[in-house]
Design a binder for this molecule. Structure first.
Ligand code: BES
Ligand code: ZN
Ligand code: ZN
Length: 491
């Protein structure tokens, strides 16, 4: 789909405008003939501008537009970025349903929401809603109509459009690789995606192979990868567009291309969903792709430990004691708690190799996270209040919801082992998300670090709140959040 802007609408198949609750007008709509105006007025009365309601009326012989779409956005005081985003998604899906080639959306006036925000959200909502995972469908019938945004034209708006398109494409890229089935997406496949991204940009890409990982002491990644024929990889992408001696932000993402649980095998029900155990890594890849396209004048490094957790004859076992990259020993008590092992290696590598300003990691780490927070909010755990505040600010702007969980010495003590330095599970079912984070905390010395457990939010599950821009499957959670954080680092 293409996106363009116009100051006023002409000859569009579908002209869409937003409507406030109980309002008697479509926001920003220019005058129509008397007959159309009376139909509009009747429809306005019927729909009452209720949030998420959509009505389409025909305009026979209309020159400005063939149809008008009224989209309810509810009460003015309740409108957020997400309102415009998800209503825009609904509009786009309606345009697709009507099999249109193009449609136009009028930005609401500034007393409702500022122009740049609404333009961004219209683009994010539209693009993300129109994405569909149909790579393996023989019949690809879904069309993606082009979008014209009716708005004032300024340099700033054009820049906003460019940025919003790159951000939305980043999230869509993350969804599209996260949705791939496990037989079509191994650690090598992910490494190839990273190489492709780097070829199209100024980024450096380094893939650390199994033999090098062994030599360099990545004991966690090696152990988890042992049960599978598909070899583990450590994927590193460097975006270096900031001052030479400026410390980078390091982003780490768990990419278990399939998590069977290993020897501590998972039950069969819904095991297919464990193809999404690579979502953290896919999020980092989507962010890096967008960071390079946005040409952000900063240094960012993406580190993605990727393995397949399988119960093969060579697989690591409960009872094993392994040595992690930072030299600490870990007692394995459950091979299904594999994410923290590969992340611990990657975090320690990131800290040692890059002395970063901050490290942020993403992982579908614990089922306990879904018990604690459900499927619409991600858990965050951090050792740094300033970093947490920044992420909370970006979370509010992007509506990618996060909630902080505590991490004190008592939790750290819960992952101490009798026979090794640490153990890879806590005590019973108590605070599973925090004990996983406590394990990760052992990999970090002093660097400000923030961990995001995306187990509940990385893909749509039964309890997931339906959103037009999150069709079934991977959601790309974290891409918009971190791109907002990175774009605001300097100001
Ligand atoms: N990938 C899973 C966590 C997960 C489960 C994410 C369900 C999303 C939905 C992780 O590797 C895992 O299996 N964790 C175990 C840890 C336990 C053995 C301490 C869990 O959560 O059960
Ligand atoms: Zn697991
Ligand atoms: Zn896992």
């Amino acid at each position: 789909m293409k996106i363009k802007t116009q100051i006023s609408s002409k000859n569009t198949q579908l002209l869409c405008g937003f409507v406030l609750e109980n309002s008697n007008k479509i926001l920003g709509l220019k005058k129509f003939d008397t007959k159309t105006t009376s139909t509009i007025n009747q429809t306005l009365q019927d729909m009452e501008g209720k949030l998420g309601k959509i009505s389409v009326i025909p305009v026979p012989g209309g020159k400005q537009a063939q149809r008008i779409l009224l989209a309810g956005i509810g009460k003015k005081e309740n409108i957020t970025n997400d309102t415009i985003r998800f209503v825009s998604g609904k509009i786009a899906l309606k345009a697709r349903e009507l099999k249109l080639k193009e449609f136009s959306v009028i930005t609401p006036p500034t007393f409702v929401i500022d122009q740049n925000s609404s333009v961004s959200q219209i683009i994010e909502g539209t693009k993300m809603a129109l994405y569909k995972f149909d790579k393996f469908k023989s019949e690809k019938t879904e069309n993606s109509p082009d979008l014209t945004i009716i708005t004032s034209k300024s340099k700033k708006i054009l820049q906003t459009i460019k940025t919003a398109e790159i951000v939305a494409d980043g999230a869509i890229f993350t969804k599209s690789i996260a949705n791939l089935p496990p037989n079509e997406c191994t650690p090598t496949t992910l490494a190839n995606f990273a190489k492709t991204i780097s070829k199209n940009s100024k980024m450096k890409c380094n893939i650390i192979s199994k033999s090098e990982l062994e030599k360099k002491g990545f004991g966690g990644i090696i152990a988890v990868g042992k049960g599978s024929k598909n070899e583990p990889k450590l994927i590193v992408l460097e975006h270096s567009q900031g001052p030479k001696n400026e410390k980078p932000i390091v982003l780490v993402g768990k990419a278990v291309t399939f998590d069977t649980g290993g020897i501590s095998l998972k039950p069969g029900a819904n095991m297919d969903e464990m193809k999404f155990d690579k979502c953290g890594g896919c999020t980092v890849l989507g962010i890096m792709k967008a960071v390079s396209e946005l040409k952000l004048p900063i240094n960012v490094v993406g580190i993605i430990p990727s393995v397949e957790n399988m119960p093969g004859g060579e697989a690591y076992r409960p009872g094993d004691i392994i040595k992690l990259f930072n030299g600490k020993t870990a007692e394995i008590l459950n091979t299904d708690a594999e994410g923290r092992l590969i992340l611990a290696d990657a975090l320690a590598y990131g800290e040692k190799h890059y002395s970063p300003k901050a490290i942020i990691d993403f992982a579908t780490l614990t089922g306990a996270c879904i018990v604690a927070l459900g499927t619409n909010v991600a858990a965050i755990v951090s050792n740094d209040d300033k970093l947490t505040k920044k992420i909370n600010d970006s979370s509010k702007k992007t509506t990618e919801a996060v909630w902080e969980l505590p991490l004190n010495q008592d939790y750290m003590d819960m992952v101490k082992s009798e026979v090794a330095d640490i153990k890879n599970i806590g005590i019973g079912k108590a605070a599973g998300t925090i004990t996983a984070a406590a394990f990760l905390r052992n990999a970090i010395n002093k660097t400000p670090w923030l961990h995001v457990d995306i187990a509940g939010v990385a893909w749509t599950q039964i309890a997931t709140k339906e959103k037009s821009y999150n069709p079934k499957g991977a959601t790309g959670f974290g891409v918009r959040l971190i791109l907002d954080y990175l774009q605001n680092l300097k100001n």
